[in-house]
Design a protein around this ligand. Structure first.
Ligand code: IMP
Ligand code: MG
Length: 193
């Protein structure tokens, strides 16, 4: 095999987390968030693009009233390694002052993106800022950041699917998987978000 297949699932060496497991865990997180934030003015902030699939499912398991917003950040550097230099590509649409902000992320890796984002949001005087991530790779952490809600702790593998990409592909896989090695050799583009 020399490049990516027509069926993206064929590029996956191992399914790490099935759709069913994601669905179950997302329902649990939604119930937990609904309990913890009952009676509060909640703003869910989806970190584009990686968290959009998780956010779409998670919010439908939250039963209390919430508002939603989106933010897009981009880190400069190589395709699979966070450089720590973060740029806001798309800012929030509305002010967050006095709101209980829950940042919804796809994965915490080095932690550099979220630690930047957390400070950025704190400076806008919200009532609180907490983090809900689908995946956590604690082995790779470079700054001290612990998600308040976490779907799954995973080992140090680069994973794709359910919103997560490699060079903008594989976001539409319904599960989380590890690509075959030949995928790293193919080069679609160099943009990471
Ligand atoms: P951090 O700043 O190193 O924590 O990087 C977090 C961002 O890097 C995530 O929001 C993802 O966009 C990306 N990322 C980190 N690990 C993976 C992975 O295993 N698969 C896909 N994207 C990843
Ligand atoms: Mg991301």
């Amino acid at each position: 095999m020399s490049g990516p297949s027509l069926n993206i699932a064929d590029d996956i060496r191992e399914i790490l987390i099935t759709s069913e497991a994601i669905r179950e865990r997302t329902a649990e997180l939604g119930a937990e968030i609904s309990r913890d934030y009952a009676g509060k003015d909640v703003l869910l902030v989806c970190v584009l693009k990686g968290a959009m699939v998780f956010m779409a499912d998670l919010m439908r398991h939250i039963t209390i009233p919430v508002c939603i917003d989106t933010i897009a950040v981009s880190s400069y550097g190589a395709a699979t390694v966070s450089s720590g230099v973060v740029r806001i590509v798309k800012d929030l649409d509305a002010p967050v002052a006095d709101k209980h902000v829950l940042v919804v992320e796809d994965i915490v890796d080095s932690g550099l993106t979220l630690s930047y984002l957390r400070n950025y949001l704190f400076n806008r005087k919200p009532a609180s800022v907490r983090i809900c991530t689908l995946l956590d790779k604690p082995e790779r952490r470079e700054v001290s950041i612990t998600p308040d809600y976490c779907g799954f702790v995973i080992p140090n593998h680069f994973v794709v699917g359910y919103g997560l990409d490699y060079q903008e592909r594989y976001r539409n896989l319904p599960f989380i998987g590890i690509p075959h090695d030949y995928v790293w050799a193919s080069n679609h583009n160099n943009h990471k978000q």
